[in-house]
Design a protein. Structure first.
Lengths: 301, 301, 301, 301
């Protein structure tokens, strides 16, 4: 359980005191505010604040298009049109601020999404907590034999046990040593900014992360994808559920055009057209490489 | 007056219906929501939405610094510390969305601030309104004789009258021609995306502009500065008043360290130290150029 | 002709003096350096500097993937893989700096691409040249009757003549008045930063524009697209030709996956699969809106 | 020594083959190309490519200011003017690409500078090398007693020895375990993307990092500062030396206005003016907090 009783009490207190506002309010998002959605063994995602809703997207788009747009029958149609045609600026008009607790090796992937605001817990200034990500046995996977950056089968029996034992004991030892080096009991005590270098990448950190909806969709498209590493994908999936409650129409369009969609190259279009015309096309005859053909047939058979 | 009765009625309606929220609320900002602050002859600035308050800055900074920070006595001291040491990320945790109506030549300067989200009224899609910025006589200034990009004395008598007459009649004629080219009355009607090219840079456009507080402060520092062009400075000043009500502590620190502060070069520091030691220093002896020395003596005499 | 003899002499001089460098060199790009590619009636695009080539993309990707990547047979396959899987960071390792002369209404669309560096000629500081974009008759199009932001048929006879006469005479008059207001002959002379407001949006400005290859591809995808306004599309097309000479492999992948590709929604995939299975699908039965269906059938019949 | 003989041979080969280019060439930078500047025990900084020089800054600024600027006597004066007045866009016209090898805890600070392009060695795809940062004894500092995020005195005798022994043995053990978990010798072998979580933050990674000169100056100002952590400061200092050879005029202005300069608040200006008038001002009477006063007197006595 990632929350202490004090933390839960703080959340309860924050949720007990609604205040009036004249701003746009998303009821779906209000239900999530401050609550911790557990991810992995000690991590979480919490919504701290948000700005805008589906209507804010439409409103911003109507400034772009002015009075002429009125002909688009309904808001949902307009939002789908914007998503289909990569009109990203109206989606940038919504913003969300999350509090995330996550292992450092996940944080290192996450931070590569640059168009966001971040305040991370400082291990120069403060002492890290003794919390490490230890995978459950079903997520202890072997190196993939076909994909250099993927996972294969789940580790079996003794090997799994050995790995878990290594991860647990190394985490515990490194943290013991971290405390030992920091200690000012009978010694000077190493600087925090130095002692942290001994901690492994599965220790948990936390940050506030603020991002607009367009860039969040981009994050979700890459990180909720089946090719993303499991440990970041579960964060993306937890956030996706929240977004579905926040801006249901925009999220629906995102699911249809991005998560559930595919991009076809000119070569792939040509192959599909030949197939539609009744022709049977082989890889050698497609203009595609073997890897590209494999990806193509995964979708189209 | 920049607002139509319909627009004012819409604002009144939006302000009449507060809804409960669990988010941070800034009372100072709630008072501004949707209201139009007039700028120039037909322009305005309106707050459409906001996220965060002074406490959100502190909250984000405390994640950065963790428990160790508790020693900073009060929030105001921490915010001043962050501003002094250019710790910009906590200020990025606040966000504001504005609706702005402004002349195109002002919009062209404004858009150079890239770290913001924009949706502008589209003249490809829609027809522009017949509204042009015409300076009041006291802002009809001559070219500066000492500063290539500044203004000098106010134009006098006949010259001022001639200029105003030109600006008014050219605006009216160009708009008449715009309508004439667009007209589908007895002719095909030129495409909007082409007809707009005839409109001068003092016609009004409008946009939604969303920005975080750190980048907004940067905008205000440059555009509320005495060297900024008057026509954008008045927008910056109108926004500054709103920000002072939104995040009073952060704005106070911004005024002290940025708007009211100066940056001294190593050479300028050396000169001031010599002065503090009782020495009289001349430009030739300062290591500074004439222009630099003039700017230096404007502050220090 | 957009270049003066002095400008052409300067270009010739710059091209006459090669110097040795240890950096990556793209022969295709060296042939373009400094030369002006004419666009519209008075505009141009010139390459001023560039960094990197196809090999630099591969080199950066190999750091991402380390030794494991060696298995990808050839550079071209790796570049196509990166493009297909939206791995954008290796493409960001190439950079180009352009000098562009363009009408202000085109510049206003262009600047919306925020991830680039810009230095524009300042009309606060300097005096604008008397150069205006006047469309050729075959680009004088009527408003589209089916697309609110598009063009329809070319204007005919008298109407075309009237439009051209308006554009020419308004441009000339506004520039005459601009000079008249600026003049210090027997009067004070209006400040440049004010006088410019009288100039219409078809006057030419110029800027240095520096962008990385990933963001340039994004620009080209949107602006070389058939839906882009003609007057910006011709700039995108001129730049695309330069890029094809600079990084031919990356450009080939871009053409196949982006310019020639399409994105299919989940609904569109489902329809195509039904068609591949021999079924005839109607719009009412597709889950798509009429607009979406029209766009779908434009590609797939 | 951070380079293998193969790496040194590759560098020598790259440096042996100059090619002609028409681009701007910085002789100072050509001397650095590809060479490894050692930083810390196993790290380095290498220049891989660059674009522009001092003249490119001036050239870009002259487009901003047009013909009017000619009055600024010389390029150096213009560059100093731009730096003094925070005109950042001309500096953005220069770009540099570095290859950096650095410990992960340094990389985590570095990546917070978002306006840059990065390709990092992938530990999902590839196997990390057995290289860890172990501080030299003189950099093994105690936690500061006055600054929560700083270092105090150097650790003495037994304590220093204990810390070094912990860092070395934990690094060795974690890497042994990393290899053991990855091994496919008689077992499946854990996925690389999982095994890496056991590695501590002082293991070395490497990346290509590309940034424009304006953002690089911002990086140097923060990271070459006396308050920056030593382990990132040495990278900043190594880069600063390279930049001084690349764009000597711009670097000189940067040193004078940024590295050697200070920012004074309105309150600090008021105190200095009182001192210049002969008054003695105490902290209680200054309007400044104790911390602010301490920083003020560090500069001004």
């Amino acid at each position: 359980m990632p929350l202490t009783p004090e933390q839960q009490a703080e959340i309860d207190a924050l949720r007990a005191t609604p205040r009036p506002t004249l701003r746009a309010v998303s009821e779906g998002m209000e239900a999530h505010l401050y609550r911790a959605h557990q991810v992995l063994d000690h991590g979480f995602v919490r919504v701290i604040d948000y700005m805008g809703d589906d209507a804010a997207i439409v409103q911003a788009a109507r400034v772009s298009y002015g009075a002429g747009t009125r002909k688009v029958n309904d808001d949902s149609g307009l939002i789908r049109y914007l998503m289909r045609h990569w009109h990203s600026t109206p989606f940038e008009m919504c913003e969300v601020k999350l509090h995330v607790k996550l292992p450092i090796f996940v944080a290192r992937q996450w931070i590569r999404h640059r168009t966001a605001n971040v305040n991370e817990y400082s291990a120069r200034y403060s002492i890290m907590d003794r919390e490490f990500y230890i995978p459950t046995p079903e997520h202890l996977a072997a190196q993939s034999t076909v994909n250099n950056q993927g996972r294969g089968a789940v580790l079996q029996g003794d090997e799994a046990a050995r790995v878990l034992e290594i991860l647990k004991s190394d985490a515990a030892r490194s943290y013991d040593h971290y405390e030992e080096m920091l200690s000012q009991d009978g010694q000077q005590g190493l600087a925090r900014e130095l002692a942290r270098m001994n901690l492994p990448a599965n220790i948990y950190t936390q940050w506030y992360w603020k991002v607009d909806l367009h860039n969040l969709f981009h994050f979700l498209r890459l990180r909720a994808d089946a090719h993303a590493q499991y440990e970041i994908r579960v964060y993306a999936e937890a956030i996706a559920k929240v977004v579905a409650d926040w801006v249901p129409v925009a999220f629906g369009a995102f699911e249809d055009y991005r998560m559930g969609g595919v991009t076809l190259s000119a070569r792939a279009i040509a192959v599909l057209k030949r197939r539609l015309a009744g022709e049977t096309v082989a890889q050698e005859d497609s203009g595609m490489s073997k890897g590209e053909w494999r990806e193509f047939t995964e979708v189209w058979g």
